[in-house]
Design a protein around this ligand. Structure first.
Ligand SMILES: [Zn+2]
Ligand SMILES: [Zn+2]
Ligand SMILES: [Zn+2]
Length: 323
């Protein structure tokens, strides 16, 4: 347990009794966020521990250790980041600050993956970013934290076991300066630098023009998937910008494409080959779309598959064979 000697004296004046402050007991907090002085966890003279957290009801602190040394020991803090950590850590106790851990984790992974270019896998890059991360909080601080919790590594966000709240606080300070800034910051997306993309749909009036919009994004097992759509034709696809860069998955060809498909399907002078060309597609998509037209006659299908001449020849051949 820790106490701030100045808070202690103020409590005495205000309430007649001092008490343990919850905000002084948070892991990672080393200074009083009100007075910006070092917290005491032991007697500065003899090193007697004030109260261990294993005690069921730690006795109300006294300003003297059991050997009578005064605990009125004011050590000013000159490390700015320690005060920031103490202030930000305190927010965790504020019921009005409702933090969505899943959202925070997603945001962090997005930043690490696409801004810092690190993940669980790329180790040499991890070491570099880890050094930067730890340097932000000073070596002495990192050593103290690591002694009491676990190793302070930036990629521990991917570890299966739950991570200590102080990690989130430190991450948010590292990335955005404060918890509030982090929460209000936009999700980091790999597509952040662009606002629109060319429409890949050949029958769209805006074909190849920058009209496609990012409509949604999701994180699936550490990779960010973007969902894109053309507002003109409804063409929609998803793209994963994680490890398999630039993978494009068509979700829907869109209403314009489907209408064009139908129109061409019933036109006698248009073959499947022509359709492939006009629609800018593969037989896979033609076959897929054809499933919607189950009542289509075999005659029409054959006409689409083969040119008129070939069909005439087949018919003539059949005629000759019969003879
Ligand atoms: Zn204080
Ligand atoms: Zn003492
Ligand atoms: Zn389009």
């Amino acid at each position: 347990m820790c106490l701030c000697p100045l808070c202690f004296i103020e409590d005495m004046h205000k309430y007649g009794d001092p008490y343990w402050h919850r905000s002084h007991q948070l892991a990672g907090t080393l200074v009083c966020d009100t007075h910006n002085i070092m917290l005491l966890s032991e007697c500065p003279v003899c090193g007697e521990v004030l109260a261990t957290s294993t005690e069921k009801i730690p006795k109300v602190p006294s300003l003297f250790c059991s050997s009578g040394h005064s605990l009125e020991c004011v050590i000013p803090n000159h490390n700015k980041i320690l005060l920031t950590i103490a202030c930000e850590n305190r927010l965790l106790l504020d019921e009005k600050v409702n933090l969505d851990v899943i959202e925070i984790e997603e945001k962090m992974k997005g930043i690490l993956l696409y801004k810092e270019h690190i993940s669980n896998k790329h180790t040499s890059r991890n070491i570099k970013v880890n050094r930067k991360f730890q340097a932000k909080f000073s070596e002495e601080y990192v050593n103290r934290i690591e002694d009491s919790i676990q190793s302070l590594k930036v990629n521990s966000i991917w570890k299966k076991q739950s991570i200590h709240p102080i990690f989130y606080v430190l991450y948010m300070i590292y990335f955005s300066g404060s918890i509030t800034n982090f929460v209000h910051e936009d999700k980091y997306l790999p597509w952040k630098n662009m606002k629109s993309w060319p429409c890949p749909n050949k029958v769209c009036p805006n074909y190849k023009q920058l009209v496609v919009q990012l409509v949604d994004s999701k994180m699936i097992s550490g990779d960010i998937y973007g969902y894109f759509m053309c507002p003109t034709c409804g063409y929609a696809y998803s793209e994963c910008d994680g490890d398999n860069l630039g993978t494009l998955d068509i979700i829907s060809k869109g209403h314009l494409w489907e209408a064009k498909f139908k129109e061409l399907l019933y036109r006698e002078d248009i073959s499947f080959d022509d359709m492939k060309e006009i629609l800018g597609t593969t037989f896979y998509w033609i076959e897929k779309e054809l499933k919607k037209y189950e009542d289509l006659g075999l005659e029409l299908l054959l006409e689409k598959l083969y040119s008129k001449e070939i069909l005439e020849n087949i018919k003539t051949d059949a005629h000759i064979n019969k003879k």
